[in-house]
Design a protein around this ligand. Sequence first.
Ligand code: ADP
Ligand code: ZN
Length: 610
Amino acid sequence: MQRAYHILNHTFGYDEFRHYQADIVETVIGGRDALVLMPTGGGKSLCYQIPALVRDGVGIVVSPLIALMQDQVDALQQLGIRAAFLNSSMNGQQQQAVLHMLSVGELDLLYVAPERLLTEQMLSLLSQAPLALFAIDEAHCVSQWGHDFRREYQQLSVLQQRFPGVPRIALTATADVRTRQEIIAQLDLGDAAVFINSFDRPNIRYTISEGQNSRDRLWQFIEREHSDDAGIIYCLSRKKVESTAEWLAAKGRTALPYHAGLPDEVRRDHQQRFLREEGVIVVATIAFGMGIDKPDVRFVAHLNLPKSLEAYYQETGRAGRDGQPADAWMAYGLQDVITLRQMLQGSDGDEQFKRIANAKLDAMLGLCEQVSCRRQALLAYFDEQQEMPCGNCDTCLDPPETWDGTEAAQKVLSCVYRSGQRFGVNYVIDILTGKDDARIQGNGHHQLSTFGIGADKTAVEWRGIFRQLIAQGFLTADIESYGVLYLTEKARPLLRGEVQLALRHQRKGKQTKKTKVASSLTAIETVLFNALREHRLTLARERGVPPYVIFHDSTLQEMAQRRPVCSDDLRTISGIGDKKLNEYGASFLAVINNGSENQDERAISQLQTR
Ligand code: ADP
Ligand code: ZN
């Protein structure tokens, strides 16, 4: 472990292990298998990187994320670690070079795609090399229950048979119990030490709002909180992805679409720009994001309802991996609920699948309608109890007001019932509000006892009530027939007045305190921070790597606050190891010290002109 701590300090530039990292590292160094469950951003990589450096031989990292191997390897090389990757994107000569390094023992870490690893050629090559460990990253890919299933992952148990003495460490950020069991079974990890971290991401602020004009609200949010930050916006359809990206671009932001319908090279280009430039927004379907380990994504926004809490948690987890404040922001509406239910019903899955999927959607809606702390509810879903409300979600910061919606709900339910459970939301609202048009006349619905009984509320208000009733399962919006509403069993006691129903007031999206990273800096520090970022971008461009591979924002922030004057000072800043100190120390010190007088003046004059 002494070696491990030395590497942590000198190679990675970190003072301490986090969470269970030390235990995990010790387990694997000792030669035992491990299963590691840690949220995104928790620091999984160190758990195999350090043991691979401490143990003899090369560490083999199995990863499905071919597109990201280059960046992962670049980042390790920046630290002075001898890393390489092997995948289908390389030509024969490049592959030969890597295989040569492997055979002469010149590698500490080798990243391989599973299909490549499983070839007989590769396996027999590995049986001749001393191996430190196998790390199986994104281990949930082995599970058919999860959403990233990869067939080749199921064959990885061959590693246990072929290399019995080599420790294996499987890692994932997927929290649910069923996936965990499947990983253990499929990968033969019955004897592994299991490490389950808290899945809480305290730096992420959860905000969920409902109702119309979600785009405008999104824009206000971005303008107010993230005017030059990188972020991801998820939409359900390709069309909405395209139109949202165009709309943001027209507002002056760099916004790039990403979905499965775009040509490969466009997708690759957009992903690269997201990683390599500052402040880019990607607007995407769920096709984007797996394994994106950009640490400084400051917000993840959903313009549609995700299908499940698992998906929501994974997608929002891409924000704030560096531990700095970040936002998970979502807006959804009635139409989302209906569309998702329809998509489910129309899908090819069997009844069992549909039942599970519907239950997952209900859990998602439950979070949306939550009147107490969202984080507590979210973690409870993953079997984790948190004693206290978090203080960093919208319901904690701005508790929603509820009102007695019993009577309004009864009006809705009886109106649906009396019109024969044959119509969708808009039409039923027309009856409720007493709209006397040809269609209503034609159906004779102007004669219903419920005609006009909801004239006290606007159509928009009624939509909010319908949404909540559907979300809470009093009404179901049917399927093939475009959202025809009918009552569920749950509706009866409510109609009979046997239960009361609390509904949420629609919120206007009150402003809460900013979550900006830079907001913790003073004006003078901010000027220096920006100068350091600029310098970092120049270096990154010269080297063809993403800026965060040079230094993370948090490292630059600490530089801006502490203003180190010599390399000994610099060395104490988190994220600066020996190699980076040598390579970049002097130039960053120059920015800090040369620039500091000018910057002070500039900052002061900025302050005066405010
Ligand atoms: P994961 O793979 O679990 O999503 P990473 O391994 O990418 O997370 O780590 C997330 C971030 O946290 C990285 O930027 C990493 O450098 C940083 N990190 C990991 N361990 C530590 C530590 N012990 N001290 C400081 N920073 C750490
Ligand atoms: Zn909370």
